[in-house]
Design a protein. Structure first.
Lengths: 408, 518
């Protein structure tokens, strides 16, 4: 990441020149577009989390195409050897992931295999909650891992939009004592529309002034309102700077959300973590066509996003992390689908990534009741991102110490 | 079992505030005429009005726009001679009809909620829709979606066990949780798991093995294109061990064993109290309600009556402490503004933007409700809802909202509509587009207000629209926004408050955190 440090010091000197009125025009333009560090955080790095809701079928995503056990368990829905995009002598990507393969070949993607956690829970909700709160399987934590990162590692200058979720729902991962993190589907609609007489933004804000922390529902509503007022103004400014016109509406499966995220980064929104939730991966029946389409959109989405970031000159400071709440059962079911399973691969994408394949491939000869045993705890991946990308100590955030992987 | 929290409320304690609370919670806050009637009754009679809803007239006919399901044989017969292109066209048309029908079904339901003389029946149907959640996204049939909706309407205050079985045999649920394809060789655990985790007992009351064994018991519970079908050849007749019992169980046996446990009564009592009264109820409330359920073999009505009569239901912990659901928000707004026939399709779009898309819950867990309705985004949509009206700067995505408020709106600065109602209705695809676009008669409303001072003007608005009181500071902001100089306690006399300032002030009043509470 030495390049980005150089670039940052370049920006700093440009800003200095600019304040002295000495900077050449092209330097001030470059410096105005981006802040040297995100408000409340120590640098300008961004993490984009992409959630594949429903339980992505890991074995048909990263395919063990030389393994007879795989084809025996999946006579109909297994990905044929000639349909897999070769990664290694044993592993291939689903043919619909050409976009991801391109990133991998360019040294901008890493695959972490066999990610899961001990005593896996096969309920969507519970397992998603475990991923969001970074808890043990039997442990119930109220706050999310991102919320705890904000609580531990950002200063008071962080904006409410330190976390931005594209979509209608604020993910549980954002929950934390500081209450940072907003959710919206479209920057255009994110704000209160005043009238032309006394229904002014000022009066609106006065009526909704936060009251003392009582924990009441009204108090909660007032605080949320005050956060919304502040951040909606800033989101709109960033969207305008980036030239994000209407139509940047986030859709469930991500393409438009990616476009919006790239724009907001380009526009200099003071956001450390973006969160995109895609869905539809719960492929219990006739999964092949559905899963193919989902993966195609995933691969193309990631590739186009990276391309846009590079075009915008922001690619060096963005990392994308892709996960699902669980993988699926090794054996296909009678409906041409797969039921809820356990371990699955994660993906990390970005210029700063140490490319390659991490973790051990799931062992199909050593199953636990028909399910894969995980080789990497998902919190090891979180710990690695926190330690190597955000350069903070992951232990207080995750509550335990996890082995890290060399991902940056 | 006697806890003071569940003691029935006494007649002398009954007042307008409590009547309004009952109206908000056991129904959708409709209407002000009904509030006057309820406040004048004894509390027991007011509660009976809601709970014994079958004594009130039914709200009307089943929808006529549903797409009737067609079996595979019939499809094969119909299109035997058709070309590939004809088939594709027919499929497209069919899918389009289904999409339209499901949108119409949302409007149909909102209309029913708005006009029914049986508010609790619809409020319960909404509860059960979130509890036994299925999504039309997967079920893909307006017919089956309505069928399950009707199960909730018919059994919502009846017997919980009977309701659960009817749900389990509805094609909607059988498809949504994949039991249609569950076979002896490959039992599908989706339904079996959620039946226990989300529908009847909650996590901790069973093991993974109980799920596997009950999934085997439910093999054979399936559906054809129209209805529940028991497929004997799918059924696993082997021995199963379930919740400590052993036998050749089938689906019916599993229901019997589940409802012999303690867990279902406590589980559903807690969830119902959370929905109607408040979150995290005291253990003695849950135990008291659960014991009523058990004594009545899971009949819901006695428990509902006990709940709506309970002292705790009318405590400060309950009144005006709940975040309105999106459905409640749009229905209450329309009735607060006295709409006779609001544009229900546009209202359905509004609930979607607020996070409650009817017939499309986010997952099998339904909607979390409570504070989860609110984040910076949905809160701003809530605040904006009353403010949308016909303005010069039309945006396509605003049309639904504007249509919702009809030709008159609350955002000040525009005296006359710039678009006709029918033009808006056609652009938003409103189901009521043939009818004249309903509108809120602002002139009439403001003329009906009786006040002699600015203070009284605000007090009247507050009483009409809010369940939670405003602070003196907030009242001062609103008084100032009336745009009339002078002592707010002094008679305004001939100085009429200009209507544009009344609009602006009401716009502000409805853009408060207090208005989000019921």
């Amino acid at each position: 990441m030495s390049f980005s440090i150089t670039r940052r010091s370049f920006m700093k000197s440009a800003a200095l020149f600019s304040s002295m009125g000495l900077a050449p025009a092209f330097l001030t333009r470059a410096a105005e577009g981006e802040a040297p560090a995100i408000n409340g955080f120590k640098d300008d790095r961004v993490l984009v989390v992409l959630q594949l809701g429903g339980g992505n079928d890991g074995l048909n995503t990263v395919v063990p195409y030389t393994n007879d056990l795989y084809y025996r368990a999946r006579p109909q829905i297994g990905i044929k050897k000639d349909q897999a995009l070769r990664l290694t002598d044993e592993l291939g990507l689903n043919k619909n992931l050409e976009g991801l393969l391109g990133l991998y070949d360019a040294g901008k993607a890493a695959i972490v295999q066999g990610v899961g956690y001990p005593n896996p829970d096969r309920s969507h909700f519970r397992s998603m909650e475990i991923w969001h709160t970074a808890s043990d399987s039997e442990q119930y934590l109220g706050d999310g891992w991102i919320g705890r990162y904000f609580d531990n590692c950002c200063s008071g200058t962080a904006r409410p939009q330190a976390g931005v979720a594209l979509g209608p729902e604020r993910p549980q991962a954002f929950d934390g004592a500081k209450g940072l993190g907003v959710a919206f589907d479209n920057p255009d609609n994110f704000g209160w529309r005043p009238g032309k007489f006394t229904d002014t933004p000022d009066n609106f804000a006065k009526l909704n002034t936060p009251i003392a922390q009582t924990g009441s529902t009204l108090d909660f509503l007032r605080h949320t309102t005050s956060n919304a007022i502040m951040s909606s103004a800033e989101v709109k400014e960033a969207a305008n700077r980036a030239g994000l016109a209407g139509g940047a509406v986030a859709r469930k499966n991500g393409e438009a959300a990616f476009r919006t995220v790239a724009g907001l980064i380009r526009g200099g929104l003071q956001t450390r973590i973006y969160y995109i939730a895609a869905g539809g991966f719960d492929t219990h029946a006739n999964q092949t066509g559905t899963h193919d389409n989902l993966l195609k959109r995933l691969g193309e989405g990631l590739a186009q996003f990276q391309q846009q970031l590079e075009q915008d000159g922001t690619a060096d400071r963005v990392m994308t992390m892709v996960f699902s709440e669980f993988g699926r059962r090794v054996e296909q079911n009678a409906s041409g689908g797969t039921d809820h399973g356990t371990a699955a691969p994660m993906f990390l994408v970005g210029n700063g990534i140490k490319p390659g394949i991490h973790g051990a491939a799931p062992n199909l000869a050593d199953l636990d009741n028909g399910d894969l045993k995980h080789s990497v705890d998902f919190r090891s991946v979180y710990a690695s991102v926190l330690q190597q990308w955000f350069e903070v100590d992951p232990a207080p955030i995750l509550g335990q110490t996890f082995a890290t992987l060399p991902i940056v | 079992m006697a806890t003071p929290l569940l003691e029935p409320i006494h007649a002398p304690e009954w007042d307008r505030r409590k009547a309004r609370h009952l109206l908000n919670r056991a129904g959708f806050g409709l209407t002000h005429a009904r509030l006057d009637r309820l406040a004048a009754l004894q509390p027991a009679a007011a509660v009976d009005y809601f709970v014994d809803f079958e004594e009130q007239p039914d709200a009307g006919a089943a929808p006529g726009f549903l797409v009737e399901p067609v079996g595979r044989e019939e499809i094969r017969r119909r299109y035997a001679a058709a070309t590939e292109e004809e088939r594709r066209k027919a499929l497209n048309e069919y899918q389009q009809q289904e999409r339209l029908a499901i949108q119409q079904l949302k409007a149909w339901w909102l209309h029913r909620m708005y006009t029914t003389e049986r508010p609790l029946q619809e409020k319960l149907a909404l509860f059960w829709h979130g509890h036994f959640a299925t999504s039309a996204q997967k079920v893909k049939s307006s017919w089956h979606t309505h069928q399950l909706n009707d199960v909730f309407r018919r059994n919502g205050a009846g017997n919980f066990k009977k309701l659960a079985i009817e749900v389990g045999q509805s094609p909607s649920m059988l498809r949504y949780l994949d039991n249609v394809q569950s076979t002896k060789k490959h039992p599908n655990e989706n339904w079996a798991r959620e039946l226990m985790e989300l529908f009847t007992m909650g996590k901790g009351a069973y093991t993974e093995d109980d799920i596997k064994n009950s999934a085997r018991a439910f093999t054979g519970w399936s559906a054809d294109h129209r209805q529940f079908v028991y497929r004997e050849d799918y059924h696993d007749t082997g021995d199963k061990v379930f919740l400590g019992r052993r036998g050749d169980f089938d689906g019916w046996d599993i229901f019997d064993i589940i409802f012999e446990q303690q867990a279902p009564a406590n589980f559903i009592a807690k969830k119902l109290w959370t929905y109607f009264a408040y979150e995290d109820p005291e253990p003695e409330i849950v135990e008291g309600l659960a014991s009523t359920l058990r004594q009545g073999n899971y009949e819901l009505r006695p428990m509902l009556r006990q709940m709506f009569m309970a002292q705790a239901f009318y405590s400060d912990k309950a009144i005006a402490q709940q975040v309105k659901s999106p459905v409640q928000t749009v229905l209450q707004l329309a009735s607060d503004l006295d709409y006779d026939n609001p544009p229900f399709s546009a209202m359905a779009q509004a609930t979607q933007r607020l996070g409650q898309d009817l017939f499309f819950p986010p997952n099998v867990k339904g909607w979390d409700g409570g504070r989860a309705w609110v984040n910076a985004n949905t809160l701003l949509v809530r605040y904006n809802l009353p403010g949308y009206l016909v303005t010069a700067k039309l945006k396509k995505e605003d049309l639904a909202m504007m249509a919702y408020l009809g030709q008159a709106g609350l955002q000040s600065g525009q005296d006359s509509p710039s678009m006709t109602g029918s033009a808006m209705a056609s652009m938003t695809g409103d189901a009521n587009s043939d009818a004249a676009l309903p509108q809120w008669n602002a002139q009439e409303f403001f003329a009906s207000m009786e006040y002699s001072t600015l203070n009284e003007c605000i007090a009247q608005m507050e009483d009409r629209f809010l369940s939670a009181p405003l602070s003196p500071e907030q009242r001062a902001v609103l008084i100032a926004s009336l745009g009339v100089e002078g002592d707010p306690a002094a008679p305004v006399g001939d100085k009429a408050i200009p209507q544009r300032f009344l609009f602006a002030t009401l716009h502000l009043l409805l853009s408060t955190a207090e208005y989000q509470l019921c």
